[in-house]
Design a protein around this ligand. Structure first.
Ligand code: PGA
Length: 271
């Protein structure tokens, strides 16, 4: 992680937790991470049913509540959908857009993902835009074609975003929920490439300040090596975020990576 960007550790609960479980989790997590939020942005992406609870419980803390999806219209005859103003109304500050499970299981396309990201940004929610390739695409040498296309589609739809108004997450699909993580070097390579492309599309200042997370089987035992990579600014965590203790450990790993960065910078000054 580079010193100029504040890391983000994000819990993606996916379709898990009843309201009571969400309450217990937040009650446990908040005191555990309260001392870390100056150095690390902590976000919990809850299902719509427990989002109001998480939104309310995080209201007086620096922990951010977020949704896992949104629709790109504000209101109207869209049965079953939830809009950006509704998400903001229950205290959320961010929303995951284009998670691979939405793309693969629910047929979201680059176009719908781009419209959703644009709507989130317009509404003042931070879109956490997910991109990533399948195992077949990677094996066939098509990783960059897929990922760059996903990034381009979203950037085309955003109206000069600032670096702190949007977050990207590189999540190779073969690493999600499989226990198989990308190596820290692979994560760095892909995320470095994405940052390069964001420089072309959004300008150097944007690319320098925008956060790009890694996601895919992150756990406390492998997070430090991933977080140590220059271009990796944090993690989007599924399985290992479901227990408050393990997610709090991941926040601590991110906090330590900030301390490590400061030490490295000090050493460079001395040299
Ligand atoms: P995982 O999920 O940590 O369980 O692999 C990550 C994600 O899908 O965001």
């Amino acid at each position: 992680m580079a010193a100029q960007r504040k890391p983000m550790m994000a819990a993606n609960w996916k379709m898990n937790k009843l309201v009571r479980e969400a309450e217990d989790y937040a009650a446990k997590l908040l005191p555990r991470v309260a001392d870390s939020t100056d150095e690390v942005d902590v976000a919990v992406f809850a299902p719509f049913t427990s989002l109001p609870t998480v939104g309310r419980m995080t209201e007086d803390s620096a922990v951010m509540a977020g949704a896992q999806n949104l629709y790109f219209e504000d209101s109207g005859a869209y049965t079953g959908e939830v809009s950006a103003p509704m998400i903001k109304d229950v205290g959320a500050e961010a929303v995951i857009v284009g998670h691979s499970e939405r793309r693969e299981i629910f047929g979201e396309t680059d176009e719908t993902v781009a419209r959703k990201a644009a709507k989130a940004l317009e509404a003042g929610l931070i879109p956490v835009v997910c991109v990533g390739e399948t195992k077949e695409e990677r094996d066939a040498g098509g990783m960059w074609e897929k990922v760059s296309g996903q990034v381009r589609a979203v950037m085309d739809g955003l109206d000069s975003p600032s670096g702190d108004s949007v977050v990207f997450a590189y999540e190779p699909i073969w690493a999600i929920g499989t226990g198989e993580t990308a190596s820290p070097e692979d994560a760095q390579e892909a995320i470095g490439q994405i940052r390069g492309l964001l420089g072309e599309l959004g300008g150097e200042e944007f690319a320098h300040s925008v956060r790009i997370l890694y996601g895919g089987s992150i756990k406390p035992s492998n997070a430090a090596d991933i977080m140590a990579q220059d271009d990796v600014d944090g993690g989007l965590v599924g399985g290992a975020s479901l227990e408050a203790d393990s997610f709090a450990e991941l926040v601590e790993v991110a906090r330590q990576s900030v301390a490590q960065n400061e030490d490295d910078a000090q050493e460079r000054m001395v040299e």
